[in-house]
Design a protein around this ligand. Structure first.
Ligand code: SUO
Length: 444
């Protein structure tokens, strides 16, 4: 049996826009009210996904969500025709309309936490959609995320789907952006590392003062229980609250792992040495800890360039490559660091750069755009084949984007009833292309 890690990238939705909705996410806030280009955004994402498929990696695509979300707008009291609801909301609360129109489900690293069958007691691959309660615009994602995941990973012999955690700050959960699975071989039991921003129960632990800590320890522990992980192979690390206050709103902005490599910034964690020792012990040794010192790359440069929001992938020959945003090339310190990294004695031998600027301007790099699913070939054979990236799907999705997407969108346009019609028409066609059935409210 073959074991590997598949990536499922979020397709950027037709309403991709810059609304400045994410307090604590510097890019989102500083690009508020800029004009976006949904067509370019979707094509940039598709290009990255296709390039990874062409490198021999297993690559899938996840469908975007229905936006503007008329269901939520009606739930909070707007009524009448769809056009009425949009115009009332735009007048009464532009921020609310923006929250209901965000294409934020494109960042599928926040869609769910995934544990492979090798790690769980029942031998199933587990999914828990993230509740994303810290941000209104993201808190409306988990139910549809669950529907989409179930439509793709539907075979109950292999896949276990859990409901998202209770929607309260106690269980603030941001999914895989705060979770890294380490292993020696993808098919062997690994060590699942959960990184949290604060603990609700233990108030003696430090917490950020300026920006929110989106992930709680309690949420991480709940997901580990649901996924039937063994304590012996689970590690909880607190993120350094000082870096959260400098714009590191998810752990995947400051650390990334793959197999036996953990690539992280010197300031990423609290109690770093003790936690690395625990990882090493639970991994039974042979780890590569690649620590980036502040003297080489400061936290600000890491946040701006997204050096750690990169993907580390294992290629066919067993070597690893980094998938980085072009922003890393444009930052002198980061570019110099990456040039040096590939010459060091680590498994990482190459860096490939991709332009994902439309997503970056909202604080989402290459790693945010993908959900990792470590699996084996029997499990892959049970995945909906219509979502897997190949030449035909790439061509079909590019045509679909060309047909339905705008190349310019402002936050004012979000109230345009025509945008809603375009978006629904596009998604309806997409569910046929990807054979998803009726996953959206408007189809039910
Ligand atoms: N993993 C990357 C997530 C980025 C995402 N940005 C946003 O939602 C910005 C949306 C806006 O401001 O229009 C977030 O902060 O959760």
């Amino acid at each position: 049996m073959k074991h590997f890690e598949a990536n499922f990238d979020g397709l950027v939705g037709p309403t991709h826009n810059y609304a400045g909705l994410s307090f604590g996410n510097v890019a989102s806030q500083s690009n508020a009210a800029q004009i976006s280009n949904p067509k370019d955004a979707a094509k940039q994402g598709l290009k990255k996904a296709k390039a990874l498929a062409d490198m021999g990696l297993v690559q899938g695509v996840l469908a975007p969500q229905e936006r503007p979300d008329l269901h939520t707008l009606r739930r909070v009291g707007f009524s009448g025709s769809d056009a009425d609801v949009l115009s009332q909301a735009a007048k009464a609360s532009p921020v609310l309309l923006q929250a209901c129109a965000s294409a934020s489900s494109m960042w599928t690293a926040n869609a769910a936490t995934v544990s492979p069958s090798a790690d769980s007691a029942d031998g199933k691959l587990h999914f828990t959609p993230a509740n994303l309660v810290d941000k209104l615009h993201r808190s409306i994602e988990p139910a549809t995320t669950g529907n989409i995941l179930k439509a793709i990973f539907s075979d109950e012999r292999y896949f276990a789907h859990h409901q998202h955690l209770p929607e309260h700050p106690h269980f603030g959960d941001e999914g895989a952006a705060n979770h890294t699975r380490l292993c020696h071989d993808y098919g062997q039991a690994g060590v699942e590392v959960f990184v949290y921003g604060r603990s609700v129960a233990d108030l003696s632990r430090p917490a950020p003062v300026k920006y929110p800590a989106r992930q709680t320890l309690e949420a991480s522990q709940a997901v580990a229980r649901l996924h039937q992980l063994s304590d012996d192979r689970t590690v909880y690390i607190q993120q350094n609250p000082d870096v959260i206050d400098q714009g590191v709103f998810h752990n995947d902005v400051i650390a990334v792992g793959n197999q036996n490599v953990l690539f992280y910034h010197e300031q990423a964690f609290l109690e770093t040495q003790a936690k690395l020792a625990e990882i090493d012990k639970k991994m039974r040794g042979n780890m590569h800890f690649i620590e980036v010192p502040t003297a080489k790359v400061g936290v600000q440069d890491a946040v701006k360039s997204y050096l750690f929001n990169t993907q580390i992938v294992t290629l066919k020959d067993g070597s690893m490559a980094i998938i980085a945003p072009t922003d890393c090339q444009e930052n002198a310190a980061v570019h110099a660091y990456l040039n040096e990294l590939v010459t060091l004695n680590t498994p990482i031998k190459a860096v490939h750069y991709f332009d994902v600027k439309q997503s970056m301007q909202n604080g989402g790099g290459p790693a945010c755009l993908r959900l990792r699913v470590a699996m084996n070939d029997t499990e892959l054979a049970a995945v909906n084949p219509q979502v897997m990236m190949n030449d035909a799907l790439f061509a079909r999705l590019n045509q679909w984007v060309d047909k339905h997407y705008r190349d310019r969108l402002s936050t004012q346009d979000l109230a345009d009833p025509q945008l809603l019609i375009e978006s629904r028409t596009a998604l309806d066609e997409l569910t046929q292309i990807m054979n998803l059935g009726s996953v959206y409210q408007f189809q039910r």
